[in-house]
Design a protein around this ligand. Structure first.
Ligand code: F6P
Length: 554
């Protein structure tokens, strides 16, 4: 349990940052670059093949020192140790938070409730290995004796976003004889579209759900089961085509899955932190265990870095502190994550859950309402197409949106003229955001285009960019499993750092419960015929929409 700390805004470390912000908020980054030719060296860090450049931020050395002091005053060092040591820091659920144990590469034991979790993790990976290699080698035979050609992961939230993001990101490492599919949406169109091109006798379903009670997943899994039995009407064949990942052994067994094909995880892993566990089964099947182990080792390297590096050299800590700086002192409401590598196209969606489900909280660990802003709105898209869509707001809008850009320096499929063009775009965008364009520069440009003085006067305000818009840049040698493991772990720890400073529980998600409860209640009403009940128990909008639905549904 975290020792009670002084309320955040009354801390002297907070006040020092308020004053520092007042004193520096009008400083333009361009001036700072002009004054300090070593700014890039000062504010960039390399870890293995990843370069993290945070020099294009509205900071100086003092900013980092003051933010670090705040983190220390908020007991970040103690909280990091508490998490890694398996203390029950998820206090509302009385659970340890041990996604780091899933990628631990050493030999020490870690006891939680009398059980060595490191040994448990290793055992489960050993159990998965034969299944994985049998499917990949074509030796796992379906109901008619044919090898598996298609794998469908049925899950939602953390049981979907992480595995899907990884499978897409690591496509160049995937087995060519297997097609991977992901179904999450309760809208039948997704599972219908997926199943229409598949054959039951060559398809393997992974029912992926920590709880095995999630409405969307169970409905989709039952639809898949019905589809399978319609083609192969023999329940004894289900075992060759359905496997599960869950902590709920009983429910998976009663669904009809064989015990040896149910892989477990633990209540000390949150859904959005679970891709390192058996929840990543689809990824293990796609890229093979060797590559999956590389992913784990990349994350482990960042875990060590996070635990041991001083804060001014600690990438996840700096990521977290920079986020606090903009969120709480510049009142920035949103952040954008903009991968430029095509294969990272699901990375923003994955991070949205990781960040927003973790830090979208307004109650402190002591049960008080926060009087400061917490988790930002995270959005993102592939950066290059995004330039032609929403970047206008990033450059000239009224909102300050700090961005992260990420790109691989080489294309795994080989040299290509696209790579330099890609890099030129990423560099141009972050430079433009930082530098901007002043009125004088605009005038010179318009004079060169032979505009009249009056035209220049009218047009120039629209063409001015104030600049001073922050960005972090992540460059990595290539998008391989180890690098990706490191990147994900950096973001996980960034989220943790911020949760500690905001004194919130980053590991529960009570905010998703109310919608689930109401959906269950409304479903009963939609399936029943008691319209009077429907009318009386809702507001007029919800009742009106229900009535409209009832009268229009086919
Ligand atoms: O509703 C939110 C949530 O509980 C997420 O936290 C979780 O990742 C997702 O649902 C799926 O849960 P499960 O793996 O238990 O099906």
């Amino acid at each position: 349990m975290k020792q009670s700390v002084q309320s955040l805004k009354s801390m002297p470390e907070w006040h020092a940052l308020v004053e520092h912000h007042q004193a520096t908020r009008d400083v333009h980054m361009l001036e700072q670059f002009n004054l300090d030719e070593n700014r890039f060296d000062r504010f960039s860090i390399s870890l293995d093949s990843i370069l993290f450049d945070y020099s294009k931020n509205r900071i100086d050395q003092t900013t980092i020192e003051l933010l670090s002091k705040l983190a220390i005053a908020c007991k970040l060092p103690e909280q990091i140790m508490a998490m890694f040591n398996g203390e029950k820091i998820n206090t509302t659920e009385q659970r340890a938070v041990l996604h780091t144990a899933l990628r631990y590469q050493g030999t020490a034991a870690l006891m939680v409730d009398g059980v060595d979790v490191h040994a448990e993790v290793k055992n489960e990976l050993q159990r998965i290995k034969p299944l994985c290699s049998k499917i990949r080698s074509g030796n796992w035979l379906g109901a008619t004796g044919k090898p598996i050609t298609d794998v469908v992961n049925i899950g939602i939230g953390g049981s979907h976003l992480g595995p899907q993001m990884l499978t897409e990101a690591l496509k160049p490492f995937a087995a060519k004889n297997l097609n991977m599919h992901f179904v999450a949406n309760i809208d039948e169109n997704q599972i219908d579209d997926t199943l229409q091109n598949l054959n039951a006798d060559t398809t393997l379903f992974i029912v992926c759900s920590k709880t095995f009670t999630t409405q969307e997943t169970m409905l989709n899994a039952n639809t898949a089961r019905d589809w399978f039995l319609a083609q192969i009407p023999d329940e004894t064949q289900l075992a060759k085509h359905f496997v599960a990942v869950s902590t709920n052994l009983e429910a998976a067994l009663s669904f009809g899955i064989e015990p040896q094909n149910i892989f477990t995880m633990w209540d000390w892993v949150g859904g959005r932190y679970s891709l390192w566990s058996a929840i990543g089964l689809s990824v293990m099947i796609a890229i093979g265990m060797g590559n999956f182990e590389q992913l784990l080792s990349g994350a482990y390297e960042v875990d060590q870095h996070f635990k041991t590096e001083p804060y001014e050299k600690n990438i996840p800590v700096l990521m977290g502190l920079l986020g606090i700086w903009y969120n709480n002192f510049y009142n920035a409401e949103a952040i954008a994550v903009l991968p430029y590598s095509q294969h990272l196209h699901r990375f923003p969606a994955y991070l949205q859950q990781a960040d927003m489900e973790s830090n979208g909280k307004s109650i402190t660990l002591d049960g008080q309402s926060t009087d400061y802003s917490t988790g930002p709105i995270l959005f993102g898209e592939l950066g290059n197409p995004g330039q032609h869509a929403f970047y206008q707001l990033l450059h000239q809008g009224t909102k300050l949106v700090p961005i992260d850009v990420l790109v691989s320096l080489s294309n795994i499929s080989g040299e290509s003229k696209h790579q330099d063009a890609l890099m030129s775009n990423i560099l141009a965008q972050t430079e433009a955001l930082m530098r901007g364009k002043n009125k004088q520069e605009v005038k010179v440009e318009l004079q060169a285009a032979n505009l009249t003085e009056q035209q220049i006067e009218e047009l120039s305000p629209h063409k001015v960019f104030e600049g001073n818009r922050p960005s972090n840049t992540f460059l990595f040698d290539q998008l391989d499993p180890k690098t990706l493991g490191s990147l994900i772990a950096m973001y996980e720890h960034k989220i943790f750092v911020q949760g500690v400073i905001w004194n919130i529980n980053s590991f529960d998600q009570w905010g998703v419960e109310l919608g689930k409860q109401l959906a269950t209640k409304i479903l009963v009403e939609l399936e029943g015929s008691n319209t009077a009940l429907t009318q009386s128990s809702h507001d007029s909008s919800t009742s009106g929409l229900i009535a409209h639905y009832m009268s229009h549904r086919k």
